[in-house]
Design a protein around this ligand. Structure first.
Ligand code: BG6
Length: 319
């Protein structure tokens, strides 16, 4: 169906009431709701993009208001600020491409005839999307690829993203890429949030010239800007929202690293598509492959999976 700015989106619904929305622009998950209808992902109010408002008159009014007030409305080819942008074939500015690569800015297609995915059972709602090399991509990244993404909503409302990237070069050349599921979690108050699972792990600090440090002590808490790439982390990371009494559990496969980002107040003010105080209500924890780029020879395929669940905090104790 049509979403904001007339862009096409796919809505997944699960019988108990949870749902997810995926825009073809960027294969971007913009909404993930639990069975009480609560939104679990953060999308900026300044993104010029309202995931739940599909009424065209309302959308036109929002758009006009933003234009008149000088706000940067979301418009392709810009990425949507929030949800789950996909960073491919480059994470961050660690290469010659634009920040986070081009996949988040491309128009994907629904893959009507995907090859079988071993992990999906019949009682799950899912959609398959595909992105292939375009002339535009070839100018900056001279490789032929097929990127298939399956977005699955499980019976308990779990959200799973599985990427399969294949080298379809016919010139015999391998290609190399870095990757992240740039997930913006919605949190009640960042100062009440803890991240567990990254203690004692080495990280590169983006705020200190990517120097390498080792995380100390207990769970990570937040009181200033954070932009770290944790290396070779455990496959399970928990984000505990004390105020909401909710724990997000992120599980990953094929993605050794994890990025943790919150822009805090100064950087928030500098971003045109991000509200000044919105940093208090979001935290990015991103399953990623950054430190050791992935190389694929022609015909080879890589898989990377991120699975998210949101559970009442008490259920998680002792896990
Ligand atoms: C994070 C990076 O993943 O994304 C940060 O670690 C970056 O350095 C942030 O600022 C947002 O990136 P962008 O391109 O969406 O503004």
């Amino acid at each position: 169906c049509k979403g904001f700015n007339g862009l096409e989106k796919v809505v997944l619904r699960e019988v108990r009431g949870s749902s997810a929305e995926v825009y073809l622009h960027g294969a971007h998950v913009t909404s993930w709701k639990n069975d009480h209808g609560e939104e679990l992902l953060f999308v900026s109010s300044k993104a010029g993009f309202e995931p739940t408002k599909t009424n065209s008159l309302l959308a036109a009014t929002i758009r006009l208001t933003r234009q008149l007030s000088g706000h940067a409305a979301f418009k392709p080819p810009k990425a949507i600020r929030g949800g789950i942008p996909i960073c491919f074939p480059q994470f961050s500015n660690m290469g010659s491409l634009d920040q986070h690569g081009f996949a988040r800015n491309r128009l994907w297609s629904v893959d009507e005839d995907p090859p079988p995915f071993p992990t999906t059972s019949s009682n799950k709602a899912f959609v398959d999307l595909i992105l292939k090399t375009s002339d535009e991509d070839l100018k900056c990244w001279p490789h032929s690829y097929e990127f298939r993404l399956r977005v699955t909503l499980g019976p308990g409302g779990d959200l799973m993203l599985t990427s399969r990237i294949r080298n379809t070069n016919t010139d015999g050349k391998p290609f190399t890429f870095t990757f992240a599921y740039h997930t913006y979690f919605s949190v009640s108050d960042i100062s009440e949030v803890r991240v567990e699972g990254l203690e004692t792990i080495d990280y590169l600090d983006n705020l200190q010239d990517r120097e390498r440090f080792t995380e100390q002590g207990d769970a990570i808490t937040f009181e200033s800007e954070v932009d770290k790439i944790y290396l070779s982390t455990p496959t399970k990371i928990a984000i505990l929202d004390h105020e909401k009494k909710r724990t997000f559990v992120l599980r990953k496969d094929g993605l050794p690293d994890a990025v943790v980002w919150n822009p805090w107040d100064k950087k928030a003010k500098a971003m045109v598509d991000f509200g000044d105080d919105e940093y208090k209500h979001m935290l990015c924890v991103e399953a990623a492959a950054v430190e050791k780029p992935i190389t694929l020879k022609p015909g080879e395929e890589w898989r990377g999976r991120q699975e998210l669940s949101a559970v009442p905090s008490s259920y998680c104790s002792g896990q």
